[in-house]
Design a protein around this ligand. Structure first.
Ligand SMILES: Nc1ncnc2c1ncn2[C@@H]1O[C@H](COP(=O)(O)OP(=O)(O)OP(=O)(O)O)[C@@H](O)[C@H]1O
Ligand SMILES: [Mg+2]
Length: 175
């Protein structure tokens, strides 16, 4: 059974830009060894959120939804806001069939020195670390589905974003 959360926080954003701004703020507070599991349906905004995290961490830009590559490493930039800070290891577990396949990616080797962000990691990556931040992006606001847009490019839809902190790393630590 998984451990009870240390704390939970919730935000509502109104656009992709606001989601990135929130993630940027969170990215500035992250430390080497942190593990984030991003959940939420297709197109919920997991990659958009990760782009903001990357900016806050000051890592090499170009964060995308990987299609064939399952793991991409974004090194910390000496010219960024956190020189000498952790790299970002960005994983997309969508195509993985099992936790055993995730083990094969050998994320453990970089775990202590980097921030590891796993899209679709919930229910798959819990064994990776004692502590984790589970971030869920949801199109529902206040339990009510928000009307979808016909335009796929619409970047101004509301999202509810929930962070559930689990494990000792988050004890006494806020975002
Ligand atoms: N409030 C919002 N927060 C985040 N993204 C938003 C918001 N409103 C609209 N969007 C749009 O939703 C889309 C989110 O796409 P993104 O690739 O980040 O999702 P994803 O969860 O990574 O999808 P996938 O499951 O395919 O990896 C983008 O086109 C973004 O502009
Ligand atoms: Mg994605």
């Amino acid at each position: 059974m998984s451990a009870p959360p240390v704390w939970t926080r919730e935000w509502v954003t109104g656009s992709a830009g606001q989601t990135q701004a929130l993630a940027r703020r969170i990215g500035r507070a992250l430390r080497a060894g942190d593990v984030l599991l991003l959940s939420g349906g297709l197109g919920a905004g997991k990659t958009t959120f990760t782009q903001g995290l990357g900016e806050g961490l000051g890592v090499r830009p170009g964060i995308i939804s990987p299609t064939f590559v399952l793991v991409r490493i974004h090194p910390n930039l000496a010219s960024g806001p956190r020189p000498g800070g952790p790299d970002l290891v960005h994983v997309d577990a969508y195509r993985l069939g099992s936790a055993a396949e995730l083990v094969d990616l050998d994320l453990e080797s970089s775990l202590d020195d980097a921030v590891t962000v796993i899209e679709w990691g919930e229910g798959m990556a819990e064994d990776l670390s004692d502590s984790r931040l589970v971030i869920t992006l949801d199109r529902e606001v206040g339990g009510v589905p928000t009307p979808g847009s016909d335009d796929d490019a619409d970047d101004e839809e509301p999202r509810t974003i929930t962070a559930v902190a689990v494990g000792p790393a988050w004890q006494g630590r806020e975002l």
